[in-house]
Design a binder for this molecule. Structure first.
Ligand code: HEC
Ligand code: HEC
Ligand code: HEC
Ligand code: HEC
Ligand code: HEC
Length: 499
């Protein structure tokens, strides 16, 4: 500790010589401190934290109460089930805490300080008292808490180190997790990302916190671009928070959409590991058959299930295609066109597509599309641990994969190549259609919902692989997180070589 402290002290002294400050710290004592009101507005941060601002502004956190799917669903929920502040207290927490809204229906003209999950909300968080439904306590002061252990004092706001923010501390997952875990008013534990992470091997020694996987780092950068404070170079954390959801309307920053799409591609690429694809070992019985069995084994690398969170709204599925020697398609399963319904009924030429999603039911036992309709269910004896891909936990460290056999792919003398891909619809077509039908969502926006492909999940078996199932992905052109960082900051040293 001591040896690390000395150079920082010298930096401070040097800064004082240069800036001519009179006291011993680097506090720019001449400028007035911001009020709490000012600090609530993300625009206040822009001047000194332009990169943090820019990234956040292209994240779902900034967009959480502008998201047209959220607006539509909340509007309908208020009409059908009088949800009050239930939804908006997570999607725009400051608007509720400042008394601006009681139901989120009046957010259209809300000031920037109250929209979405703001800088102030995260950086003023002091304590987390429970595991779900946003139980985060703010200090309501003017101190910005973060993961930097030795922050310089900017004077304009207080600074403090906090374990709740430091991604090196397991405790930091509480801050994220307690909002990323929902128990509905009817008692359904609907979104369980935090609970899944808590049960996982990532919540242990040498583990991985939410920040580690969702906040890429940039080394040798500055945390504040402040002419009045000499700041050292540090490792900073990107604020794009990519998952699977994206903005359906433009972000304020013209490049924002592109940056978000790339970040999502990067986050999703390695999410599913295809362990094995191909026909089983040679078997005399298979010799004369016109069809061959194909076996696929998948598992997730995420720190929780795949998909997680709003997994009742998501549809992830596997597409399997067989080609003959002329590259003509001779078998397809799960070839669902972008934006179409991912139907779980038998396809014409084989088993149902292999789909990963959560299922919730209403009081009549019918599948529920809107989450206020969901009611707690007795444990389903037919539920499979593979409805969504399970996280690695203490019980399944060596076996957390899910597998499927496709029985009727044309035999080996016909199939020259097999290709497997995993896709995901962030919000299912039927959920969007239902919101359009109730008059709450613009159909043109519903049609903008992308269908994504997990790029590291693309696997090919060819007849050259013979009896051996293959286990490694088709190489892709992604270079992450560099691709994202260079889109935002082409001047980074690591980006010049690729130009
Ligand atoms: C006038 C410049 C200025 C403005 C405006 C400003 N900051 Fe800072 N901030 C700084 C400086 C300087 C540091 C210290 C950076 C360092 O030590 O590397 C800092 C540090 C921080 C830290 C790190 C604390 C830690 O210990 O990890 C956070 C978080 C932070 N600011 C958030 C904000 C937020 C949120 C806003 C807007 C509400 C904001 N800042 C506005 C200059 C500013
Ligand atoms: C969802 C919560 C969240 C939001 C919203 C958020 N931050 Fe952060 N921020 C964090 C966390 C967590 C860290 C610390 C990461 C770590 O150390 O592992 C951090 C770190 C920082 C730091 C310290 C330097 C660094 O990169 O580690 C600054 C400065 C900062 N944020 C500024 C901002 C500004 C400005 C905004 C809004 C434009 C903002 N943050 C929005 C969670 C958030
Ligand atoms: C105040 C509650 C709140 C806190 C605290 C919070 N989040 Fe979020 N987060 C949200 C909401 C709401 C959304 C979704 C917005 C939308 O899609 O409309 C979201 C979206 C995300 C997404 C994108 C999800 C997707 O499907 O694309 C990621 C990743 C994420 N958050 C990670 C984090 C991490 C990491 C932290 C902790 C540093 C954190 N969040 C803290 C509320 C929160
Ligand atoms: C080991 C890395 C890792 C850790 C740890 C991790 N995540 Fe993720 N997360 C991912 C990957 C990869 C994806 C993309 C695949 C997916 O959608 O599951 C993802 C997706 C998400 C999503 C999108 C939801 C969806 O449909 O899957 C959210 C929200 C999210 N993570 C939040 C969190 C939170 C909150 C934590 C901490 C409690 C966390 N993550 C911990 C890797 C991680
Ligand atoms: C405990 C905090 C919390 C509450 C309460 C909450 N949300 Fe969210 N919401 C989130 C988080 C976190 C995400 C991102 C989850 C993910 O990506 O898996 C999200 C994502 C979403 C999304 C985008 C993904 C999707 O499923 O379409 C919509 C829309 C949404 N919420 C609507 C609502 C509505 C409507 C309500 C009230 C009925 C509500 N939320 C209540 C935290 C919350």
């Amino acid at each position: 500790m001591r040896s690390a402290f000395t150079p920082i002290l010298m930096w401070s002294l040097l800064a004082c010589v240069v800036a001519g400050c009179s006291n011993s710290g680097t506090t720019a004592a001449t400028r007035p401190a911001f009020t709490r009101e000012q600090l609530m507005d993300p625009n206040t941060c822009k001047g000194c934290h332009p990169n943090h601002y820019r990234e956040w502004a292209s994240s779902m956190h900034a967009y959480a109460s502008d998201d047209p799917v959220f607006i539509a669903m909340n509007k309908r929920g208020q009409r059908e089930a009088k949800l009050g502040e239930f939804c908006i207290k997570c999607h725009a927490p400051m608007a509720v805490r400042e008394g601006y809204t009681k139901d989120g229906l009046n957010m259209k003209n809300a000031p920037a300080s109250l929209r979405g999950v703001t800088c102030y909300f995260c950086h003023n968080a002091q304590e987390v008292t429970d595991t779900h439904n946003n139980p985060i306590k703010l200090a309501d002061d003017t101190i910005m808490r973060g993961g930097i252990k030795d922050p310089k004092h900017p004077g304009v706001h207080g600074v403090a180190y906090s374990k709740l923010h430091d991604g090196d501390q397991l405790e930091s997952s509480k801050l994220c997790g307690s909002c990323h875990d929902i128990v509905t008013p009817s008692g359904v534990h609907l979104e369980r990302t935090y609970a899944e992470w808590q049960a996982s091997v990532f919540n242990g020694r040498g583990g991985q916190t939410c920040n580690r996987c969702h906040m890429d780092t940039i080394q040798n950068a500055i945390a504040a671009d402040d002419p009045e404070v000499q700041v050292p170079t540090r490792t900073v954390h990107m604020h794009l928070f990519p998952g699977v959801d994206s903005a359906l309307t433009p972000f304020p920053d013209a490049k924002g959409q592109k940056v978000q799409q790339k970040a999502i591609q990067c986050e999703l690429a390695p999410a599913v590991l295809v362990f094995e694809l191909g026909p089983p070992a040679p078997n005399q019985l298979l010799a004369g058959l016109s069809e061959m069995p194909v076996h696929a084994v998948l598992e997730t690398n995420a720190g929780h299930r795949f998909p997680s969170g709003a997994a009742h709204d998501r549809r992830a599925w596997v597409e399997l295609t067989a080609y003959d020697a002329n590259d003509k398609i001779i078998y397809q399963n799960g070839n669902i066109p972008p934006g179409a319904k991912v139907e779980e009924k038998p396809s014409s030429n084989g088993p149902n597509p292999w789909v990963f999603r959560d299922k919730v039911y209403d009081k009549n036992g019918k599948p529920a599309l809107m989450f206020w309709d969901a009611v707690p269910q007795p444990p389903d004896p037919n539920a499979s641990n593979c409805d969504t891909l399970p996280e690695t936990n203490a019980q399944n460290v060596t076996m957390h994969s899910c597998e499927k056999s496709y029985g009727n792919v044309p035999a080996r003398d016909k199939t020259a190549r097999l290709r497997l891909q995993v896709h995901v619809q962030p919000v299912a077509r039927e959920v969007l259609d239902s919101l359009v039908a109730s008059g709450d969502l613009d159909p043109a926006l519903a049609d903008k919902m992308p269908t994504l492909t997990l790029e590291n999940s693309i696997l090919e078996w060819t007849s050259k692989d013979g009896d051996n199932p293959i286990t490694s992905a088709v190489p892709n052109t992604l270079d992450c997180p560099k691709d994202v960082q260079c889109l935002l900051y082409p001047d980074l040293p690591s980006c010049s070589s690729s130009k």
